[in-house]
Ligand binder design. Structure first.
Ligand code: R5P
Length: 308
């Protein structure tokens, strides 16, 4: 039986207001209005978090909107707001997190470490009823459902990246900086009509210390523009090392297309020093390099998941 239409309330955590407004505009229908419901998030003088829902959410489907870069400051307010919404009578509470954090520590690399991907997934799965996210960093754990025990949509920016490359680069050579990136590079190549691609090998020795190596056989056509494709630009060192090798091998200055513009301090400078000609990112995290939007994908996901 179809459930009656409920209003949709998009509650943006700080920094997520523009995305919530765009989603509200995309999702409003005559039968079920959609609107941004403002929230207050601040710190008490003692450092604890204060949150308040500044709108009536009784009977509404609530979508908390919070991309999760720099997650440690965001997670507690998010859990509190989810609790407040449910307690104040929301029909359902979900989460739009275009960037989902804490997925890289998906195993115990050194004795004594915590597998933080599991803890964060447990916390969020206990707080919200559904989740929409974009290209989560799934490496050793291949299926988000193995971590998140709630209805979810995993959206893929690959086709949008392929369209951007098709419109902006004449003869691309797609390059993944490490074996993990093969999944994105292969998908982008397929969507680009089979552009040639290669994947490098990476060994991470520390947070800002990676060793990247080129494959033995390189495509002979050095006139192609290398386009480095990766999911996360954090310190930028992975992509910077990869760019340096491509320039040294005689290719033109590479472009970088990243999904999640985390950009730790110094990342932009590292990429520029390595000879990267241009960086373009998907707008899962607001950043000056954003050039590809996932708004439509997120709106479709909210449409499908709301009420879950
Ligand atoms: C690898 O695990 C990811 O796909 C990225 O390559 C990595 O997160 C990039 O990190 P950074 O920019 O710090 O080298």
């Amino acid at each position: 039986m179809t459930r009656p239409a409920a209003p949709l309330r998009l509650c943006p955590l700080p920094g997520n207001g523009p995305l919530a407004a765009r989603l509200a505009a995309a999702l409003a229908t005559d039968a079920a209005p959609a609107a941004v419901a403002p929230v207050t998030v601040r710190r008490f003088p003692d450092g604890e978090s204060y949150v308040r829902l500044d709108a009536d959410v009784r009977g509404a489907d609530v979508a908390l909107v919070c991309t999760l870069d720099r997650p440690d400051d965001k997670l507690l307010p998010l859990l509190f707001l989810a609790d407040a919404a449910a307690d104040l009578g929301a029909r359902s509470v979900g989460l739009v997190a275009p960037y989902l954090a804490y997925l890289r520590q998906d195993r115990r690399f050194l004795p004594g470490e915590d597998v933080t991907s599991r803890v964060v997934a447990r916390l969020l799965s206990g707080a919200v009823g559904w989740l929409a996210t974009v290209d989560p960093h799934l490496h050793r754990v291949r299926d988000l459902g193995a971590l998140y025990a709630i209805p979810h949509r995993v959206l893929h920016a690959g086709p949008l990246i392929a369209a951007w490359i098709g419109a902006h680069v004449d003869a691309p050579l797609l390059v993944g900086p490490d074996e993990e990136s093969a999944q994105w590079v292969a998908a982008v190549s397929a969507a680009c009509g089979g552009a040639p691609w290669l994947v490098m090998r990476k060994a991470r020795r520390g947070d800002r210390d990676v060793a990247v190596t080129l494959p033995d056989a390189l495509p002979p056509d050095r006139a192609r523009t290398p386009v480095l494709v990766d999911d996360i630009v954090s310190t930028g060192h992975t992509l910077a090392e990869a760019a340096r090798l491509l320039v040294a091998a005689g290719y033109p200055p590479p472009l970088v297309v990243g999904v999640h513009a985390v950009f730790a301090p110094g990342a932009a400078e590292a990429l520029a020093r390595a000879g990267v000609a241009r960086v373009v990112t998907v707008d899962t995290i607001p950043h000056p390099t954003n050039g590809i939007t996932v708004d439509a994908l997120l709106a479709d996901a909210v449409r499908a998941l709301r009420g879950a």
